[in-house]
Design a protein around this ligand. Structure first.
Ligand code: ADP
Ligand code: MG
Length: 234
């Protein structure tokens, strides 16, 4: 990628019938940042992520990824994504999926590198239909990594993972980001945002209510607002 931000969202709005899922969201993320998109269920995180990836067309506003459209960035292999409900073919093995995905990219990682980074060494011959929820998430992570992207976009990536799975996952994310690459992850866990993000974008009712380093976000919004936005927040 050349200079400029990793991506920018300019005044994004998306309505579904009467529901305004995303309401004028503007966020610019520099290369190398690890950003948490934090908010409760229904805040508009997934809809924002879908627009960032070019999967949903905004009613208003614009998305720029690596200086171009999101579809261009995805097609160039610059973006790896982990969606909230990505389906996996049940009869295909983990190794076959990884091999298939690697073969679709122009400049992929090797299949063995993808398998190692996603912690799938012991699951290569397992059919996807036999995986646990957390194992499935690891396969989705492998799919996201396969094209050796500059930007990872992750929607509730650890949702079904156990403690050990989470630890390994975040270690892999740290390693990815240490190379100056960019990560945006949507989460409703305040602790994940605090522990793993450089910066937190707090969403509520489709809008950004705070944006900055986690300590600043904590200070900027009253305890009451944070509590309302993120159940379990102190
Ligand atoms: P989050 O990911 O933060 O939980 P979403 O972006 O999934 O939030 O949803 C934001 C709002 O938009 C919610 O009220 C949700 O019900 C609504 N919504 C999301 N997708 C659709 C859709 N395809 N059709 C109708 N309403 C939707
Ligand atoms: Mg969501």
């Amino acid at each position: 990628m050349t200079g400029g931000p990793a991506f920018a969202l300019h005044g994004l709005t998306k309505r579904f019938g009467r529901v305004t899922a995303v309401d004028g969201v503007s966020v610019e993320v520099a290369r190398g940042e690890v950003v948490a998109l934090l908010g409760p269920n229904g805040a508009g995180k997934s809809t924002t992520v879908d627009m960032l990836l070019g999967l949903t067309r905004p009613d208003a506003g614009e998305v720029v990824v690596a200086g171009g459209s999101p579809r261009e960035a995805v097609d160039r292999g610059l973006v790896g994504a982990m969606m909230q409900n990505g389906a996996l073919l049940p009869d295909v093995t983990v190794g076959e999926i990884v091999g298939l995905i690697v073969s679709t990219h122009a400049e992929p990682l090797s299949a063995s590198e993808v398998i190692a980074r996603a912690g799938l060494e012991n699951l290569v011959n397992r059919r996807c239909g036999k995986l646990s929820g957390g194992e499935r998430q690891r396969v989705r992570f492998a799919v996201a990594l396969a094209g050796d992207p500059q930007l990872l976009v992750l929607d509730e990536p650890t949702a079904a993972m156990d403690v050990e799975g989470r630890r390994a996952f975040w270690a892999a994310i740290r390693e990815f980001a240490a190379g100056g690459r960019t990560v945006l992850f949507a989460t409703h866990y305040l602790a994940e945002a605090e522990d793993y993000a450089d910066r937190v974008v707090l969403m509520r009712h489709g809008a950004v209510v705070a944006d900055g380093p986690v300590a600043e976000v904590r200070a900027a919004v009253s305890g009451r607002v944070l509590k309302a936005a993120v159940p379990g927040a102190a």
